[in-house]
Design a protein around this ligand. Structure first.
Ligand SMILES: Cc1ncc(COP(=O)(O)O)c(C=O)c1O
Length: 414
Protein backbone atom coordinates (compact mmCIF):
# COMPACT_ATOMS: atom_id res chain seq x y z
CA UNK A 1 0.00 0.00 0.00
CA UNK A 2 1.30 3.44 -0.88
CA UNK A 3 1.29 6.16 1.78
CA UNK A 4 -1.67 7.87 0.09
CA UNK A 5 -3.59 4.56 0.03
CA UNK A 6 -2.84 3.96 3.73
CA UNK A 7 -4.12 7.44 4.58
CA UNK A 8 -7.27 6.90 2.53
CA UNK A 9 -7.87 3.50 4.07
CA UNK A 10 -7.50 4.96 7.57
CA UNK A 11 -9.94 7.73 6.69
CA UNK A 12 -12.43 5.31 5.13
CA UNK A 13 -12.41 3.01 8.16
CA UNK A 14 -14.05 5.81 10.11
CA UNK A 15 -16.70 6.24 7.41
CA UNK A 16 -19.65 5.66 9.74
CA UNK A 17 -18.87 8.78 11.71
CA UNK A 18 -16.99 10.54 8.92
CA UNK A 19 -16.89 14.26 9.66
CA UNK A 20 -17.47 16.60 6.74
CA UNK A 21 -13.86 17.74 6.79
CA UNK A 22 -12.67 14.13 6.30
CA UNK A 23 -15.01 13.52 3.37
CA UNK A 24 -13.75 16.73 1.81
CA UNK A 25 -10.10 15.82 2.43
CA UNK A 26 -10.43 12.40 0.77
CA UNK A 27 -12.09 13.99 -2.24
CA UNK A 28 -9.51 16.75 -2.42
CA UNK A 29 -6.76 14.11 -2.52
CA UNK A 30 -8.27 11.78 -5.11
CA UNK A 31 -11.14 13.26 -7.11
CA UNK A 32 -10.37 15.22 -10.27
CA UNK A 33 -11.19 18.77 -9.25
CA UNK A 34 -13.74 19.69 -11.91
CA UNK A 35 -16.44 20.82 -9.45
CA UNK A 36 -16.72 23.57 -6.85
CA UNK A 37 -18.94 21.91 -4.27
CA UNK A 38 -20.93 23.55 -1.47
CA UNK A 39 -19.36 22.67 1.92
CA UNK A 40 -22.10 20.21 2.87
CA UNK A 41 -22.05 16.41 3.02
CA UNK A 42 -25.50 15.05 2.20
CA UNK A 43 -26.28 11.59 3.51
CA UNK A 44 -30.03 11.15 3.23
CA UNK A 45 -33.19 12.51 1.68
CA UNK A 46 -36.88 12.53 2.67
CA UNK A 47 -39.38 14.03 0.26
CA UNK A 48 -38.25 17.57 -0.55
CA UNK A 49 -35.71 17.53 2.28
CA UNK A 50 -32.02 16.66 2.16
CA UNK A 51 -30.20 15.79 5.37
CA UNK A 52 -26.54 16.51 6.06
CA UNK A 53 -24.09 14.35 8.03
CA UNK A 54 -24.55 16.73 10.96
CA UNK A 55 -28.33 16.20 10.93
CA UNK A 56 -29.10 19.60 9.36
CA UNK A 57 -32.11 19.61 7.05
CA UNK A 58 -32.19 21.47 3.75
CA UNK A 59 -35.29 22.22 1.72
CA UNK A 60 -34.30 21.16 -1.77
CA UNK A 61 -35.34 23.64 -4.48
CA UNK A 62 -32.85 22.23 -6.96
CA UNK A 63 -33.53 18.45 -7.20
CA UNK A 64 -29.93 17.65 -8.12
CA UNK A 65 -30.24 20.11 -11.06
CA UNK A 66 -33.72 19.16 -12.17
CA UNK A 67 -33.41 15.41 -11.63
CA UNK A 68 -35.06 14.27 -8.37
CA UNK A 69 -38.55 15.07 -9.56
CA UNK A 70 -40.13 12.55 -7.16
CA UNK A 71 -38.14 14.07 -4.30
CA UNK A 72 -36.02 11.76 -2.18
CA UNK A 73 -37.07 8.25 -1.17
CA UNK A 74 -40.36 8.25 -3.12
CA UNK A 75 -42.09 4.90 -2.45
CA UNK A 76 -42.86 4.20 -6.15
CA UNK A 77 -39.25 4.70 -7.20
CA UNK A 78 -37.86 2.83 -4.19
CA UNK A 79 -40.16 -0.16 -4.79
CA UNK A 80 -39.43 -0.34 -8.54
CA UNK A 81 -35.66 -0.08 -8.13
CA UNK A 82 -35.54 -2.50 -5.16
CA UNK A 83 -37.52 -5.10 -7.02
CA UNK A 84 -35.55 -4.72 -10.25
CA UNK A 85 -32.14 -4.84 -8.56
CA UNK A 86 -33.12 -8.24 -7.19
CA UNK A 87 -34.32 -9.51 -10.56
CA UNK A 88 -32.05 -8.17 -13.31
CA UNK A 89 -29.93 -5.04 -13.48
CA UNK A 90 -28.33 -5.14 -16.90
CA UNK A 91 -28.50 -7.17 -20.09
CA UNK A 92 -26.80 -5.01 -22.79
CA UNK A 93 -28.74 -4.23 -25.93
CA UNK A 94 -27.87 -7.61 -27.44
CA UNK A 95 -31.02 -9.05 -25.81
CA UNK A 96 -34.63 -8.13 -25.14
CA UNK A 97 -35.89 -7.41 -21.63
CA UNK A 98 -39.45 -6.62 -20.55
CA UNK A 99 -39.12 -2.90 -19.70
CA UNK A 100 -37.56 -1.00 -22.62
CA UNK A 101 -40.52 -1.45 -24.99
CA UNK A 102 -43.18 -0.24 -22.50
CA UNK A 103 -41.05 2.79 -21.60
CA UNK A 104 -40.58 3.63 -25.30
CA UNK A 105 -44.34 3.26 -25.75
CA UNK A 106 -45.08 5.74 -22.95
CA UNK A 107 -42.53 8.29 -24.16
CA UNK A 108 -43.61 8.12 -27.78
CA UNK A 109 -47.30 8.44 -26.81
CA UNK A 110 -46.48 11.41 -24.60
CA UNK A 111 -44.38 13.20 -27.22
CA UNK A 112 -46.18 12.30 -30.46
CA UNK A 113 -42.89 11.10 -31.98
CA UNK A 114 -42.80 7.46 -32.95
CA UNK A 115 -39.55 5.91 -31.73
CA UNK A 116 -37.16 6.03 -28.77
CA UNK A 117 -33.45 5.34 -28.41
CA UNK A 118 -32.17 5.03 -24.83
CA UNK A 119 -28.89 6.35 -23.47
CA UNK A 120 -27.57 7.39 -20.07
CA UNK A 121 -27.52 11.18 -19.79
CA UNK A 122 -28.69 14.43 -21.31
CA UNK A 123 -25.45 15.06 -23.20
CA UNK A 124 -25.70 11.62 -24.77
CA UNK A 125 -29.29 12.33 -25.76
CA UNK A 126 -28.22 15.52 -27.56
CA UNK A 127 -25.30 13.62 -29.10
CA UNK A 128 -27.80 11.05 -30.42
CA UNK A 129 -30.04 13.80 -31.86
CA UNK A 130 -27.10 15.36 -33.73
CA UNK A 131 -25.98 12.00 -35.10
CA UNK A 132 -29.48 10.93 -36.15
CA UNK A 133 -30.05 14.30 -37.87
CA UNK A 134 -26.83 13.88 -39.87
CA UNK A 135 -27.75 10.26 -40.65
CA UNK A 136 -31.20 11.33 -41.86
CA UNK A 137 -29.72 13.60 -44.54
CA UNK A 138 -26.96 11.15 -45.43
CA UNK A 139 -29.45 8.35 -46.07
CA UNK A 140 -31.66 10.75 -48.01
CA UNK A 141 -28.71 11.18 -50.40
CA UNK A 142 -28.34 14.91 -49.68
CA UNK A 143 -25.89 15.15 -46.76
CA UNK A 144 -26.25 18.39 -44.79
CA UNK A 145 -23.29 19.46 -42.63
CA UNK A 146 -24.68 22.40 -40.67
CA UNK A 147 -26.34 22.79 -37.26
CA UNK A 148 -27.91 25.96 -35.92
CA UNK A 149 -27.92 26.53 -32.16
CA UNK A 150 -28.76 29.53 -30.00
CA UNK A 151 -26.78 32.05 -28.03
CA UNK A 152 -26.79 31.08 -24.34
CA UNK A 153 -27.85 27.51 -25.22
CA UNK A 154 -26.45 24.56 -23.27
CA UNK A 155 -26.39 20.97 -24.55
CA UNK A 156 -23.86 19.21 -22.30
CA UNK A 157 -20.14 18.49 -22.17
CA UNK A 158 -19.38 15.69 -24.63
CA UNK A 159 -17.67 16.83 -27.86
CA UNK A 160 -20.86 16.90 -29.96
CA UNK A 161 -23.04 18.42 -27.26
CA UNK A 162 -20.29 20.91 -26.42
CA UNK A 163 -20.30 21.98 -30.05
CA UNK A 164 -23.89 23.23 -29.71
CA UNK A 165 -23.19 24.75 -26.27
CA UNK A 166 -22.74 28.50 -26.59
CA UNK A 167 -20.53 29.54 -23.67
CA UNK A 168 -16.94 30.06 -24.92
CA UNK A 169 -15.67 29.34 -21.43
CA UNK A 170 -16.85 25.72 -21.78
CA UNK A 171 -15.81 25.36 -25.44
CA UNK A 172 -12.52 27.09 -26.11
CA UNK A 173 -10.14 24.81 -24.17
CA UNK A 174 -11.48 21.76 -25.99
CA UNK A 175 -11.41 22.85 -29.63
CA UNK A 176 -11.58 21.97 -32.40
CA UNK A 177 -15.19 20.88 -31.93
CA UNK A 178 -17.78 19.64 -34.44
CA UNK A 179 -17.51 22.02 -37.41
CA UNK A 180 -20.34 23.97 -39.03
CA UNK A 181 -22.27 24.86 -35.89
CA UNK A 182 -23.62 28.39 -36.11
CA UNK A 183 -25.01 30.27 -33.10
CA UNK A 184 -27.83 32.73 -33.68
CA UNK A 185 -29.48 35.37 -31.54
CA UNK A 186 -32.19 34.14 -29.20
CA UNK A 187 -34.28 37.27 -29.70
CA UNK A 188 -33.72 38.32 -33.34
CA UNK A 189 -35.66 36.03 -35.71
CA UNK A 190 -33.93 37.50 -38.79
CA UNK A 191 -30.59 36.21 -37.55
CA UNK A 192 -32.02 32.67 -37.55
CA UNK A 193 -33.83 33.08 -40.85
CA UNK A 194 -30.71 34.30 -42.64
CA UNK A 195 -28.54 31.51 -41.15
CA UNK A 196 -30.74 28.55 -42.12
CA UNK A 197 -30.33 27.10 -45.59
CA UNK A 198 -30.55 23.82 -47.45
CA UNK A 199 -27.18 23.01 -45.87
CA UNK A 200 -28.78 22.99 -42.39
CA UNK A 201 -29.26 19.49 -41.00
CA UNK A 202 -31.06 20.71 -37.90
CA UNK A 203 -31.90 23.64 -35.65
CA UNK A 204 -31.43 22.81 -31.98
CA UNK A 205 -33.22 24.81 -29.28
CA UNK A 206 -34.21 24.34 -25.65
CA UNK A 207 -37.88 25.38 -25.28
CA UNK A 208 -36.71 27.14 -22.09
CA UNK A 209 -32.97 27.68 -21.78
CA UNK A 210 -31.94 26.35 -18.38
CA UNK A 211 -28.22 26.93 -17.88
CA UNK A 212 -28.55 30.07 -20.03
CA UNK A 213 -30.60 31.71 -17.26
CA UNK A 214 -34.12 30.22 -17.36
CA UNK A 215 -35.03 31.98 -20.62
CA UNK A 216 -38.22 30.90 -22.36
CA UNK A 217 -37.88 30.87 -26.15
CA UNK A 218 -39.65 34.07 -27.32
CA UNK A 219 -42.70 33.66 -29.63
CA UNK A 220 -40.95 35.39 -32.55
CA UNK A 221 -38.14 32.78 -32.39
CA UNK A 222 -40.68 29.94 -32.19
CA UNK A 223 -42.33 31.32 -35.34
CA UNK A 224 -38.94 31.68 -37.05
CA UNK A 225 -37.97 28.07 -36.25
CA UNK A 226 -41.26 26.81 -37.70
CA UNK A 227 -40.83 29.02 -40.77
CA UNK A 228 -37.17 28.09 -41.36
CA UNK A 229 -37.86 24.35 -41.01
CA UNK A 230 -40.84 24.65 -43.36
CA UNK A 231 -38.92 26.48 -46.08
CA UNK A 232 -35.60 24.56 -46.00
CA UNK A 233 -36.58 21.13 -44.65
CA UNK A 234 -34.15 21.54 -41.74
CA UNK A 235 -35.06 19.26 -38.83
CA UNK A 236 -35.91 20.74 -35.44
CA UNK A 237 -34.33 19.21 -32.32
CA UNK A 238 -36.12 20.10 -29.07
CA UNK A 239 -33.64 19.79 -26.21
CA UNK A 240 -36.08 18.95 -23.41
CA UNK A 241 -33.43 17.61 -21.03
CA UNK A 242 -34.21 20.33 -18.47
CA UNK A 243 -37.65 21.60 -19.49
CA UNK A 244 -39.26 18.25 -20.32
CA UNK A 245 -41.28 15.54 -18.58
CA UNK A 246 -43.62 17.63 -16.51
CA UNK A 247 -41.20 20.28 -15.22
CA UNK A 248 -43.28 23.16 -16.63
CA UNK A 249 -46.66 21.49 -16.17
CA UNK A 250 -46.54 20.10 -19.72
CA UNK A 251 -45.16 16.66 -20.52
CA UNK A 252 -42.94 18.49 -23.02
CA UNK A 253 -42.61 22.25 -23.14
CA UNK A 254 -42.44 22.40 -26.95
CA UNK A 255 -46.19 21.64 -26.94
CA UNK A 256 -46.89 24.80 -24.98
CA UNK A 257 -44.92 26.88 -27.51
CA UNK A 258 -46.34 25.36 -30.69
CA UNK A 259 -43.09 23.79 -31.93
CA UNK A 260 -43.02 20.57 -33.96
CA UNK A 261 -39.81 18.66 -33.30
CA UNK A 262 -38.44 15.85 -35.46
CA UNK A 263 -36.12 14.83 -32.62
CA UNK A 264 -36.30 15.34 -28.84
CA UNK A 265 -33.57 14.88 -26.23
CA UNK A 266 -34.72 13.79 -22.76
CA UNK A 267 -32.71 13.20 -19.59
CA UNK A 268 -32.69 14.47 -15.99
CA UNK A 269 -36.31 13.87 -14.80
CA UNK A 270 -36.66 10.63 -16.73
CA UNK A 271 -34.99 8.38 -14.14
CA UNK A 272 -35.56 10.71 -11.15
CA UNK A 273 -31.94 10.05 -10.13
CA UNK A 274 -31.28 6.72 -11.81
CA UNK A 275 -29.19 7.68 -14.87
CA UNK A 276 -31.10 7.40 -18.15
CA UNK A 277 -31.62 9.58 -21.20
CA UNK A 278 -33.58 9.16 -24.40
CA UNK A 279 -33.72 10.38 -27.98
CA UNK A 280 -37.23 10.47 -29.44
CA UNK A 281 -37.50 10.59 -33.22
CA UNK A 282 -40.26 10.92 -35.78
CA UNK A 283 -41.07 8.00 -38.07
CA UNK A 284 -39.57 9.97 -40.99
CA UNK A 285 -36.20 10.21 -39.20
CA UNK A 286 -36.43 6.64 -37.89
CA UNK A 287 -36.91 5.35 -41.42
CA UNK A 288 -33.41 6.59 -42.28
CA UNK A 289 -31.66 4.89 -39.32
CA UNK A 290 -30.33 1.36 -39.64
CA UNK A 291 -29.17 -1.33 -37.19
CA UNK A 292 -25.64 -0.55 -36.02
CA UNK A 293 -25.88 3.21 -36.66
CA UNK A 294 -25.67 4.10 -32.99
CA UNK A 295 -25.39 2.20 -29.73
CA UNK A 296 -24.47 2.13 -26.05
CA UNK A 297 -23.69 -0.68 -23.61
CA UNK A 298 -25.83 0.57 -20.73
CA UNK A 299 -28.55 2.60 -22.47
CA UNK A 300 -32.06 1.49 -21.52
CA UNK A 301 -31.05 -1.28 -19.17
CA UNK A 302 -33.71 -2.98 -17.02
CA UNK A 303 -32.90 -1.02 -13.86
CA UNK A 304 -32.97 2.39 -15.54
CA UNK A 305 -36.14 1.55 -17.51
CA UNK A 306 -37.97 0.34 -14.37
CA UNK A 307 -37.06 3.59 -12.61
CA UNK A 308 -38.25 5.64 -15.59
CA UNK A 309 -41.49 3.67 -15.82
CA UNK A 310 -42.12 4.45 -12.13
CA UNK A 311 -41.60 8.16 -12.93
CA UNK A 312 -43.92 8.05 -15.95
CA UNK A 313 -46.61 6.15 -13.97
CA UNK A 314 -46.42 8.62 -11.11
CA UNK A 315 -46.69 11.54 -13.53
CA UNK A 316 -49.73 9.95 -15.18
CA UNK A 317 -51.39 9.25 -11.82
CA UNK A 318 -51.74 12.79 -10.54
CA UNK A 319 -48.24 14.23 -10.32
CA UNK A 320 -48.46 16.20 -13.57
CA UNK A 321 -51.77 17.64 -12.34
CA UNK A 322 -50.05 18.56 -9.10
CA UNK A 323 -47.27 20.43 -10.97
CA UNK A 324 -49.95 22.29 -12.93
CA UNK A 325 -51.55 23.35 -9.66
CA UNK A 326 -48.48 24.28 -7.59
CA UNK A 327 -46.34 25.74 -10.42
CA UNK A 328 -48.39 28.96 -10.67
CA UNK A 329 -48.50 29.22 -6.85
CA UNK A 330 -44.69 29.03 -6.78
CA UNK A 331 -44.35 31.58 -9.59
CA UNK A 332 -46.81 33.97 -7.91
CA UNK A 333 -44.91 33.66 -4.61
CA UNK A 334 -41.64 34.49 -6.39
CA UNK A 335 -43.22 37.52 -8.07
CA UNK A 336 -44.47 38.73 -4.70
CA UNK A 337 -40.95 38.26 -3.29
CA UNK A 338 -39.49 40.16 -6.25
CA UNK A 339 -41.83 43.09 -5.54
CA UNK A 340 -40.26 43.45 -2.09
CA UNK A 341 -36.59 43.10 -3.09
CA UNK A 342 -35.23 45.92 -5.24
CA UNK A 343 -32.34 43.78 -6.46
CA UNK A 344 -34.70 41.29 -8.16
CA UNK A 345 -35.36 42.66 -11.64
CA UNK A 346 -37.31 39.80 -13.21
CA UNK A 347 -38.92 36.41 -12.55
CA UNK A 348 -38.71 34.05 -15.54
CA UNK A 349 -39.76 30.50 -16.33
CA UNK A 350 -42.77 28.22 -16.30
CA UNK A 351 -44.24 25.82 -13.76
CA UNK A 352 -41.52 24.45 -11.48
CA UNK A 353 -38.68 25.86 -13.59
CA UNK A 354 -38.15 29.39 -12.31
CA UNK A 355 -35.37 31.95 -12.21
CA UNK A 356 -35.02 35.16 -10.21
CA UNK A 357 -32.97 37.61 -12.24
CA UNK A 358 -30.94 39.96 -10.04
CA UNK A 359 -29.33 43.31 -10.82
CA UNK A 360 -26.03 41.77 -9.65
CA UNK A 361 -24.09 38.52 -9.41
CA UNK A 362 -26.39 35.94 -7.80
CA UNK A 363 -23.52 33.86 -6.36
CA UNK A 364 -23.86 35.18 -2.75
CA UNK A 365 -27.52 34.04 -2.63
CA UNK A 366 -26.48 30.37 -2.74
CA UNK A 367 -24.52 30.28 0.56
CA UNK A 368 -26.98 32.72 2.18
CA UNK A 369 -29.81 30.31 1.34
CA UNK A 370 -27.79 27.28 2.44
CA UNK A 371 -27.19 28.91 5.83
CA UNK A 372 -30.96 29.15 6.12
CA UNK A 373 -31.49 25.50 5.18
CA UNK A 374 -32.45 26.09 1.54
CA UNK A 375 -30.82 24.75 -1.62
CA UNK A 376 -30.92 26.93 -4.74
CA UNK A 377 -28.49 27.40 -7.60
CA UNK A 378 -27.00 30.31 -9.50
CA UNK A 379 -26.72 30.23 -13.27
CA UNK A 380 -25.84 32.72 -16.02
CA UNK A 381 -24.21 34.90 -13.37
CA UNK A 382 -27.25 36.95 -12.28
CA UNK A 383 -29.94 34.26 -12.05
CA UNK A 384 -31.06 32.30 -8.97
CA UNK A 385 -32.41 29.09 -10.52
CA UNK A 386 -35.01 26.86 -8.89
CA UNK A 387 -36.06 23.40 -10.09
CA UNK A 388 -37.90 21.89 -7.09
CA UNK A 389 -39.08 18.28 -6.88
CA UNK A 390 -42.53 17.95 -8.47
CA UNK A 391 -43.94 16.60 -5.20
CA UNK A 392 -43.41 19.91 -3.39
CA UNK A 393 -46.53 20.91 -1.40
CA UNK A 394 -48.05 24.37 -0.98
CA UNK A 395 -46.82 24.47 2.63
CA UNK A 396 -43.29 23.56 1.53
CA UNK A 397 -43.41 26.27 -1.15
CA UNK A 398 -44.40 28.80 1.52
CA UNK A 399 -41.53 27.63 3.74
CA UNK A 400 -39.04 27.82 0.85
CA UNK A 401 -40.18 31.33 -0.09
CA UNK A 402 -39.80 32.51 3.49
CA UNK A 403 -36.23 31.15 3.64
CA UNK A 404 -35.42 32.68 0.25
CA UNK A 405 -36.84 35.99 1.46
CA UNK A 406 -34.44 35.92 4.43
CA UNK A 407 -31.50 34.98 2.19
CA UNK A 408 -32.23 37.84 -0.24
CA UNK A 409 -32.55 40.29 2.68
CA UNK A 410 -29.16 39.17 4.00
CA UNK A 411 -27.53 39.56 0.58
CA UNK A 412 -29.16 42.94 -0.04
CA UNK A 413 -27.95 44.21 3.32
CA UNK A 414 -24.40 42.81 2.99
C1 LIG B 1 -30.88 21.54 -21.89
C2 LIG B 1 -29.80 20.58 -21.48
N1 LIG B 1 -29.32 19.71 -22.39
C3 LIG B 1 -28.36 18.81 -22.06
C4 LIG B 1 -27.83 18.78 -20.79
C5 LIG B 1 -26.76 17.77 -20.46
O1 LIG B 1 -27.27 16.81 -19.59
P1 LIG B 1 -26.29 15.91 -18.71
O2 LIG B 1 -25.65 16.81 -17.72
O3 LIG B 1 -27.20 14.87 -18.11
O4 LIG B 1 -25.30 15.30 -19.64
C6 LIG B 1 -28.29 19.67 -19.83
C7 LIG B 1 -27.73 19.67 -18.47
O5 LIG B 1 -27.87 20.58 -17.71
C8 LIG B 1 -29.30 20.59 -20.18
O6 LIG B 1 -29.79 21.47 -19.30
Amino acid sequence: MTKAEQETSALMSTATETPATTVQAVEAAHVLQTYKRQPVVLVRGEGVWLIGDDGRRYLDLLSGIGVNVLGHGHPALVAAVREQVGELVHTSNLFFHPWQGPLAEKLTRASGLERAFFCNSGAEAVEGCLKFARRFWYTAGTPRPQFIAFERGFSGRTMGALSTTWDEHYRTPFGPLVPEVRFVSNDDPDDLLSAVSEQTAAILAEPIQGEGGVRPLPPQIVAAINKACGSTGALYIADEVQSGLGRTGHLFHFEALGLCPDLISVGKALGAGVPIGAVLVSERVAANISAGDHGTTYGGNPLACRAALAVMDTLEHGLLEHVRRVGPIFAAGLRELASRHAMVVDVRGAGLMQGLVLDRDAAPVVPAALERGLIVNRTAERVVRMLPPYIISEAEIAEALSRLDAALTAVQGA
